[in-house]
Ligand binder design. Structure first.
Ligand code: XMP
Ligand code: MG
Length: 180
């Protein structure tokens, strides 16, 4: 299906599952090389990252651990600019090699906040893998942003974990809003 409706909003196909998987395979290969001899801790940011995490982790051939945490809510199609506290950040991350797994980086506010909190716990290293990045929306300089799936235009997207008002996370492909 090329066009779908989620609640009141119309979306069109943007990134098919096959393309997502191909790209994720490459990200996995890159991480396997970069972290050889290490045991990274992948920390997914809920809810949006759960499918990306599931597929990414299947490409990792290193010993590794997986955890999830949660931050602020994002309502409607534009960022509220507010970030709440982190919930569920693993306690014992001192000396660990952390890879934060995000569905999408928009302005970068959420990620900047997460990075600050994680660095306070003295990990050995921190990098970020985000399936999607909207470069033209980015307002913060984030040097840890290392493993990007796709750079996309500043449009609202849904599917493959990403939601519109809580709906659409179950879509296997990613769709973009046909109008703002
Ligand atoms: P910031 O601006 O802090 O926003 O980088 C990051 C968070 O905002 C959500 N977000 C989206 N969610 N489609 C979505 O379903 C989008 O196009 C979109 N843009 C931003 C997302 O939760 C992300 O973690
Ligand atoms: Mg998110």
């Amino acid at each position: 299906m090329n066009k779908i409706k989620v609640e009141d909003k119309e979306f069109e196909i943007f990134l098919e599952n096959d393309a997502l998987n191909k790209r994720i395979r490459l990200l996995g290969i890159q991480i396997n090389i970069d972290y050889e001899g290490k045991c990274p801790l992948f920390i997914g940011v809920l809810n949006g990252s759960f499918l990306f995490m599931a597929d990414l982790i299947k490409e990792i051939s290193l010993p590794c651990e997986v955890a999830f945490m949660r931050v602020a809510s994002y309502e409607g199609t534009s960022s509220s600019g507010k970030v709440k506290e982190l919930i569920g950040l693993p306690e014992n991350i001192e000396g660990r090699d952390i890879i934060i797994v995000e569905d999408i980086v928009d302005t970068g506010l959420t990620l900047t906040h997460i990075l600050k909190m994680i660095k306070e716990k003295n990990p050995a290293s921190v990098k970020v893998s985000s399936l999607l990045l909207k470069p033209s929306a980015l307002k913060y300089d984030i040097e840890e942003l290392e493993y990007i799936g796709f750079e996309i235009p500043n449009e609202f997207v849904v599917g493959y974990g990403l939601d519109y008002n809580g709906l659409g996370r179950n879509l296997t492909d990613i769709y973009r809003a046909t109008e703002a």
